[in-house]
Design a protein around this ligand. Structure first.
Ligand code: ACO
Length: 367
């Protein structure tokens, strides 16, 4: 469009519209490439710790050893939950509140005892504690306090399972958390940026982001994706099962993406990480079944939706990886939120640094 032409245009779903500038991440849909603060996702996911990735997103560079040690100490100091948040989680568990709703309520309660200076660190530090506590409460178990000697990812697995995780499990989880740490102007990140653009606060922003992430068109797909693999059960069942779904007009969870028209690069990273984890002591037959389901789904999607380029997205192998780490399916989306938390906050900071209230127009079609 001519830059002097200010005639408003209407794009449903803001498809193809650039609504922010960011130095944080760059998904390239046609090439199937994802860069996070100058690092290819393949390199960043497998090599860095989640604390390093949070520092990278917040400061634009990797931390020095001293900066990293300080950041870890700050996280450790903020990991425990206030009694008010624990009470809220207990009440939610007694009413069987769904996990993403419990996470939303608990995150929204954190400004009861954190000062504005502590909030960003507190949000990152306490997200795993909240999810693990709720995961246990729902099963009638008491929450476990954070382990004083474990870092961010390892502590999450410890607080959930009550056992020290193996190095391979910690690496598998860190690869996942790093892979999903940031992803351009996805729906939850945009939500967070809209909220801080009104000069509201970061707790409100990430609470809203959690609400956006919950939906199956965004972060809510991995649980149903795994259920689908289990329901299929054997390689021979894949085609009739998937055809029946497509014949009914249903969507296959874990496939298709607004930006990627080739295989999501995060699916590539996570399928390799999952393969390593399953080979090192998991149910390899399940991994192989998932591969067959993926192949069949991509083939059938090309047949049923020609020209749409519907490929595997991040959620399909997320499901397999998190299942291999012993997580129940209803903790998959909360764990996605855990991986995205530092990214949401980084976007809030970026928005605040050069803010313009986000306020598009609507086209009136009423009487
Ligand atoms: N299964 C079957 N059909 C699909 C799928 C799918 N997974 N995805 C898209 N389609 C079809 C649509 O029905 C539509 O067909 P039509 O033109 O005949 O009506 C066509 O492909 C285009 O779909 P849109 O909805 O316009 O594509 P959009 O860019 O809005 O959708 C989305 C992206 C929401 C991710 C979609 O592919 C989907 O619903 N996938 C399944 C859910 C999922 O995996 N969500 C996780 C996304 S990854 C993430 O956010 C972290």
């Amino acid at each position: 469009m001519n830059p002097t032409d200010t005639t408003p245009i209407y794009r449903p779903g803001l498809e193809g519209v650039i609504a922010a500038e960011t130095a944080l991440s760059h998904p390239e849909g046609a090439a199937g490439r994802l860069t996070i603060v100058g690092h290819a996702v393949e390199e960043l996911a497998a090599q860095f710790t989640s604390e390093e990735v949070a520092c990278l997103l917040w400061h634009g560079r990797l931390p020095t050893p001293v900066e990293l040690a300080t950041f870890k100490q700050q996280l450790s100091a903020h990991r425990s939950l206030p009694e008010a948040t624990l009470d809220l989680l207990r009440a939610a568990a007694s009413r069987a509140v769904p996990t993403m709703d419990a996470l939303r309520m608990a995150i929204a309660s954190l400004d009861l005892d954190l000062t504005p200076d502590q909030l960003e660190i507190g949000l990152v530090a306490r997200t795993p504690t909240i999810i693990a506590a709720y995961g246990r409460l729902r099963q009638g178990q008491d929450p476990l306090p954070p382990h004083p000697d474990l870092d961010h990812a390892a502590n999450y697995l410890y607080m959930l399972h009550g056992q020290l995780p193996s190095p391979a499990q910690v690496r598998g989880l860190e690869t996942y958390l790093n892979t999903v740490s940031d992803h351009g102007l996805n729906a939850s990140t945009f939500t967070a940026r809209i909220i801080v653009s009104t000069d509201s606060d970061v707790v409100s922003a990430v609470t809203g982001a959690i609400g956006a992430l919950k939906g199956p068109k965004h972060g809510g797909a991995p649980g149903p994706a795994l259920d689908m693999v289990f329901e299929i059960g054997t390689a021979e069942q894949a085609e009739p099962y998937l055809r029946a779904k497509l014949d009914k007009g249903e969507r296959l969870m874990g496939f298709g993406h607004r930006v990627y028209k080739v295989r999501d690069p995060r699916a590539v990273v996570l399928s390799q990480a999952a393969a390593e984890m399953y080979r090192a002591g998991g149910d390899m037959a399940l991994y192989e079944l998932a591969q067959q389901v993926e192949e069949t789904a991509v083939r059938l999607l090309a047949e049923y939706k020609p020209g749409r380029n519907l490929q595997t997205n991040v959620e399909f192998y997320t499901a397999l990886l998190l299942h291999g780490l012993g997580l129940p399916t209803d903790l998959f989306t909360p764990t996605f939120a855990l991986g995205r938390m530092a990214g949401w906050i980084a976007h809030c900071r970026e928005q605040q640094a050069s803010n313009r209230l986000i306020r598009p127009l609507s086209r009136y079609v009423g009487p």
